[in-house]
Ligand binder design. Structure first.
Ligand code: BTN
Length: 267
């Protein structure tokens, strides 16, 4: 696909999704440093909910915990500006919501995507997508949320650094077929808008129930790695904030708000 046809396709689906309601505008770039940084700048200037920035390549893609998100050509790199009018304590559900939308979209391509708490999307134990949520306050003191989503769609895993290549996959790698990124994005936007509408109508329980069906974390023995240390236990449940509850060997319940989750049967 040449670049102009990609931009044309995105502009077509921009019109379609503006009509459906959630999307306000989609800005498309060949290359950016980070779509999250671009949306943050727009948010600070007061840009409204539903503004999306997509880039075909990122030069300084950012991951969770200040990591680099390698962003070669072939991936979908997009950030969405949200200004949800729900209680702030529920914002912690948004990364899980984005992961659910990505996993559902990938399953539409007949691939067995599963979510590893909180928001890694994987296929057969290899990471295919990641989510980075950033929140802040704009110049009018209004809160904003940026949801950044990176999906390895047609990425050649060999384009990643060796350590990342070993733990990553892409839709192309799994199917050996080039996937139409615009089609993937179109389907993703439909699913995301549905999930976000459910969130804005405060249907948190039904959302969490579905998230659990798409996740393979609960019931596993996990190691949680945070900046303040490590904790081992059985992943027992997700609470109403989307936090992970684990049961330790001492039968204590611990609530994990953030961290890397490793499955002990995989390490
Ligand atoms: C992770 O560490 O798993 C989260 C990765 C999030 C990457 C996406 S790509 C689009 C957006 N822009 C960024 O700089 N990061 C996010």
């Amino acid at each position: 696909m040449n670049e102009s046809s990609f931009v044309d396709k995105i502009s077509e689906l921009e019109t379609k999704h503006i009509r459906k309601g959630f999307v306000k505008k989609i800005l498309v770039f060949d290359e950016l440093s980070s779509t999250n940084s671009a949306v943050k700048d727009l948010a600070i200037q007061g840009e409204g909910e539903g503004t999306l920035v997509l880039s075909q390549v990122q030069k300084k893609g950012r991951g969770r915990f200040e990591r680099i998100w390698e962003s070669p050509a072939g991936g979908l790199y997009v950030s969405l500006l949200l200004r949800p009018s729900v209680p702030q304590k529920r914002f912690t559900l948004l990364p899980l919501l984005a992961a659910l939308a990505v996993a559902k979209t990938i399953r539409q391509f007949q691939l067995p995507a599963a979510i590893k708490w909180p928001n890694d999307v994987r296929i057969q134990q290899k990471k295919v997508a990641g989510i980075l949520l950033e929140a802040g306050t704009d110049q009018h003191h209004h809160q904003y949320i940026v949801v950044g989503i990176g999906v390895n769609v047609n990425t050649h895993v060999s384009d990643f650094s060796p350590s990342l290549a070993a733990i990553s996959t892409s839709l192309f790698h799994e199917t050996k077929t080039v996937v139409d990124i615009a089609l993937f994005f179109d389907r993703f936007l439909t699913v995301f808008a549905q999930e976000y509408a459910r969130f804005c109508s405060k249907e948190y329980d039904s959302f969490l129930g579905e998230w659990k069906q798409y996740s393979d974390t609960l019931g596993r023995r996990v190691k949680i790695v945070t900046s303040s240390g490590e904790l081992i236990g059985n992943a027992y449940d997700i609470d109403t904030s989307g936090f992970l509850i684990i049961r330790t060997a001492m039968n204590e319940k611990k609530t994990i708000t953030s961290g890397d989750c490793l499955y002990l049967d995989e390490v």
